[in-house]
Design a protein around this ligand. Sequence first.
Ligand code: 13P
Length: 253
Amino acid sequence: MRSYIIAGNWKMNKTVAESIALAKEIVAKTKGISKTEVVIAPTYLAAAKVADIIKGSNVKLAVQDIHWKDQGAYTGKVSVDMVKEIGAEYVIIGHSEQRQYFHETDETVNLKAKKVLSAGLKPIICVGETLDERKGGKLESVLTAQVDGAYKDISKEDALKTVIAYEPVWAIGTGVVATDEQAQEAQKYVRSLVAKLYGESVAEALRIQYGGSMKPDNAAGLLSQKDIDGGLIGGAALKSDSFFSIIEAAEKS
Ligand code: 13P
């Protein structure tokens, strides 16, 4: 049985003070959560302070990206050792906003995934098609290239430590959520790609989140789908009430 993983991607939102306040609220609200893994991804700037607040709680820390190099002259970047030191367990990589605005490619996603795994942390690997790609009948070919690219030269043992987030680009921040059926169909396909690479048992164990306008009112429907094992949440993760409603939907599912 796969457990649910609900992760809040705060993106470029919340000052350090606001991040501390939100993290405290989430820690308090999630005290009774036992089955669902809860993860929050604040900005780098707030991550160390948030790590202190969530210590010993049911909430785990992610960061929103890393560079694949160990250290050096890479202005503006952060290494995996730096985020490991402050207690991050997860690293989001390949987010569509990184792909769209910051030159992320399937190759850099792969370099980052390998670096994250080599440090003993777990990557949340984001994949998903644009509206034009979906309309053009390219859903499967896009997902295939992204999954094959991300997992190149990654062992079966390491693959088991990863999470995939299926995030249709057209549903991110738009309020247009994929229907339960659209999300299920795409995620089933993603799982079949994992099965091709690593076999059925890895594919059955690997968790696949849905992301893209997931909200308290649509979470239960999405989470009840066979191949949806959680959510990667943007807007609705910025308030503890709505984030917790989604966590509760997972806990009850
Ligand atoms: P929204 O929930 O705001 O659509 O964002 C989804 C997302 O991109 C999470 O990574």
